[in-house]
Design a protein around this ligand. Structure first.
Ligand code: UDP
Length: 494
């Protein structure tokens, strides 16, 4: 048998169908293909079409990354035609059906893998698909995971499960300290495990990560050194830090990321010239990612807080949120507010020198992107991993200010039964928080300096080759697994 090389390996990647998951998976595909291996990203038709520009960029870079399309089984659970992405979910019942359809992908994925001329050498799966455990076991293929979250969240939830802390909590709101953690963090079940309805999924996901043959994390030592190491120890498994994953599209060198942008609702050039006309570091950028949505009364409070802050801002709103903005608002703030309805070219905005801070939901991709650009953050977590990420940003890295949201949007109807807590941050707290993060005094300057220093270090990681070394180590690990499995097959045959 000839010595195995990276080019002999075929990786198949299975992201969760949501932009915050597909984009980092494609970035990881680029890194793996950059080492000479062949990669196939599995997408459903709508998601493949949606990411065509990103995928064309990869092809133009001459990397061996293909796309395999498999149909999304949405119709089987009553989802409308074309409803193939988690970020199209606007209520819980759609969310449940989306996950049911997502679980049904096990069969078509397995059929696709069996139909290949030879078995792939490895499946890189999203942590959200614990059904990939069965698929890879049946096929005898190693399974690696890209959890699309932070090491902080992975370690915290792993420890909370294994120490039985979740089981001992009286209810979703009882506060507890994360056990065996590098820093003191207090959370509750609502702000870490999520919706009771989704608890089983969450626990299966934590288990699926911990039982993989290896885990990629979109992070780096400067961001989460202590947490990466402790997580690797806790799960006794290979962990490769491959972040920041956001600088991988071809035009990154020019400081723009047009290839990453997706059906932008406003022309990137118009946004850039709007920003050009503003002083350096003066603009607050507001975007809650692809999934989180505010209730209209909360939108109205945020609008009023932004208006009275008297700072320039770019605010990305979703279709369902526009009901919270009064008809004259845009006219009133037109000299300093740019409202984008839909998808914004986030990397272009974050890389512009006029942007001074980012009001974010603490989605992990957004945080990595903003931190890589040396920006301080105003934190407004909504659900899932976002509260623990907020703790990392504010308490550990010292580059954030909390708006002061405490109850996840998944639980706002459950705090006081029958009473919806639709407004968590009124106009005054919003105005105060904006003033604090944009502060030109000593505290603001110190926070900005920390953010800039951290950004310089994180960007350096993208260039110093350490990320590629980690990918090379991963390829070596997969080769070992493949060889062991070949040897076992030969032993079994003899
Ligand atoms: N994004 C974007 N424009 C938008 C909203 C999101 O480009 O208007 C990108 C953003 O840059 C990030 C991803 O979509 O890469 C969102 O991922 P994140 O983990 O921040 O949040 P999620 O959408 O998964 O909640």
């Amino acid at each position: 048998m000839h010595a195995m090389a990276a080019m002999d390996l075929h990786f198949v990647m299975m992201p969760l169908m949501a932009q915050g998951h597909v984009l980092p998976m494609v970035d990881l595909a680029r890194l793996i293909a950059g080492q000479g291996a062949r990669v196939t990203v599995v997408l459903t038709p709508v998601n493949a079409a949606r990411n065509r520009t990103v995928l064309d960029n990869v092809a133009r870079a001459g990397l061996a990354v293909d796309v395999a399309e498999i149909p999304f089984p949405g119709a089987a659970v009553g989802l409308p035609e074309g409803f193939e992405s988690l970020d199209m979910v606007t209520d819980i019942s759609l969310g449940i059906r989306f996950y049911q359809a997502w679980d049904l992908l096990a069969e078509p994925l397995e059929a696709y893998l069996r139909s290949l001329p030879s078995r792939p050498d490895c499946l890189v799966a999203d942590a959200c698909g614990s059904w990939t455990v069965g698929v890879t076991r049946r096929l005898g293929v190693p399974r690696l995971i890209l959890p699309v979250t932070s090491a902080v969240y992975l370690l915290a939830t792993h420890n909370l499960v294994t120490h039985g802390t979740y089981d001992r909590a009286a209810d979703d709101f009882e506060p507890f300290e994360v056990p065996d953690f590098p820093v003191r963090v207090v959370v509750n079940r609502a702000a870490s495990l999520g919706l009771p309805l989704m608890e089983k999924n969450q626990r299966e996901m934590i288990e699926a990560v911990a039982t993989a043959s290896g885990v990629f994390i979109n992070t780096c030592t400067d961001l989460e050194g202590a947490f990466i190491e402790r997580y690797a120890e806790a799960i006794s498994c290979k962990v490769w830090a491959v972040g920041p994953l956001c600088f991988l599209n071809t035009d990154a060198a020019a400081g723009t990321m047009a290839g990453r942008e997706n059906r932008a609702a406003m022309d990137a050039e118009h946004i850039a010239s709007w920003l050009d006309a503003r002083p350096p570091a003066s603009v607050l950028y507001v975007n809650f990612g692809s999934m989180a949505r505010l209730f209209p009364p909360q939108v109205a409070e945020l609008a009023a807080g932004l208006e009275s802050s008297r700072r320039p801002f770019i605010w990305v709103v979703k279709e369902t949120e526009t009901a919270g903005i009064d008809a004259e608002y845009e006219a009133r703030v037109k000299d300093r507010g740019l409202i984008i309805c839909g998808w914004a070219p986030q990397m272009t905005i974050l890389s512009h020198p006029s942007v001074g801070a980012f009001l974010t939901h603490c989605g992990w991709n957004s945080v990595v992107e903003a931190v890589s650009h040396g920006l301080p953050l105003l934190t407004w977590p909504h659900f899932h991993d976002q509260f623990l990420i907020e703790a990392l940003v504010v308490d550990v890295l010292g580059v954030g200010v909390r708006v002061g949201v405490e109850v996840p949007t998944t639980h706002i109807g459950l705090v006081k039964p029958g009473q919806l807590l639709e407004v968590q941050a009124g106009r005054d707290p919003v105005e105060r928080a904006v003033a604090e993060v944009m502060d030109e005094g000593l505290a603001g300057a110190a926070r900005r300096a920390r953010a800039k220093e951290l950004g310089d270090k994180v960007r350096a990681t993208a260039e110093d080759g350490s990320r590629d070394t980690n990918v090379k180590n991963m390829i070596g690990h997969v080769m070992e697994l493949v060889c062991k499995s070949e040897e076992k097959k030969m032993d079994d045959a003899n």
